[in-house]
Design a protein around this ligand. Structure first.
Ligand code: ARG
Length: 290
């Protein structure tokens, strides 16, 4: 077992008061298959409660009526325990109003807020692509985040950024094929990435737990670790054995309504306590797959 992650205790969530499928920006979404509002709220609340039961904290932000995807709070921005935040600059226009509310939220809480761009100008960055792991800030790019954002963040914050190029259309954010478990273990789904990035991924993660196709597409990689608990939307017997073997308590929740928009437990929860100390390097540095 590696060391505990050191982050993942404080989250921001958005209550699904206006959760709908109004447009299609990923392969899971269909305007013909709308979420059941009441069930969605019940499922969302079970996730909030599971985080609290695991020893975590949840802050709740109200959903904008004009932003049906805002329930996927993971994309509102990347925040650190030291009070830095990088706002998302969404790839798709229908999600950009979310950033107006997110910016207010971060500023009201005294985060030192930066951004890679806004209103389509400047590189896109969606924080569902970004995690601290090992000696770096690991950022997926391709479908949503653009490579230019990695440069921007590295020099803005003087951090080492390792990029992973996502090529799978069903795995459009890094939080779908990558889930840090502790300092050495992570759930990974290599087919989400191009060949060079797969090699890079195995260099970044000392003890990878490789997901099967079925596990990955059941959103098992879209899980979160809160202290000794892993909260997951699905867990095969094989995975359960591996995870309990690492000393984790596995909590499985039904989040079916949120899968209709293409997200699950991780997408619905934005960690606010990342720590960039281990990634810090003078001048910043971007390592891209060969
Ligand atoms: N419908 C949302 C979108 O396509 C889903 C976001 C999922 N969030 C995530 N962090 N992977 O943007």
């Amino acid at each position: 077992m590696g060391q505990p992650l050191g982050w993942g205790r404080r989250y921001l969530m958005v209550r699904p008061d206006h959760f709908r499928i109004d447009y299609v920006i990923n392969p899971y979404m269909s305007t013909q298959d709308q979420p059941d509002q009441q069930l969605a709220l019940k499922q969302w609340d079970s996730l909030r409660q599971a985080i609290i039961d695991a020893g975590g904290e949840v802050e709740v932000l109200e959903q904008r009526d004009d932003s049906p995807d805002m329930v996927y709070a993971m994309n509102l921005g990347f925040g650190t325990a030291q009070g830095k935040a990088m706002l998302s600059h969404m790839r798709f226009e229908p999600r950009r109003k979310e950033s107006l509310t997110a910016a207010e939220w971060f500023m009201e809480r005294d985060f030192e807020l930066k951004r890679t761009g806004s209103d389509g100008v400047g590189p896109h960055f969606e924080s569902g692509d970004a995690f601290v792991f090992g000696d770096s800030l690991v950022i997926g790019y391709g479908p949503r985040t653009e490579a230019g954002a990695l440069e921007h963040i590295a020099s803005e914050w003087n951090v080492r950024v390792r990029g992973l190029r996502i090529t799978h259309e069903g795995m459009y954010h890094l939080d779908l094929p990558f889930c840090p478990i502790d300092s050495t273990h992570a759930l990974v789904y290599p087919p989400a990435l191009d060949a060079a990035s797969q090699t890079e991924l195995f260099g970044i993660v000392p003890d990878p737990i490789v997901l099967t196709d079925d596990e990955a597409f059941a959103f098992s990689g879209n899980s979160l670790v809160v202290d000794e608990t892993i909260i997951m939307p699905a867990c095969s017997p094989r995975l359960r054995e591996l995870l309990t073997g690492l000393g984790l308590r596995v909590v499985v929740l039904d989040l079916s309504e949120f899968h209709k928009g293409g997200g699950s437990a991780r997408c619905m929860t934005n960690p606010l306590d990342f720590d960039l100390a281990a990634a810090s390097v003078a001048g910043g540095e971007v390592v891209l797959p060969a």
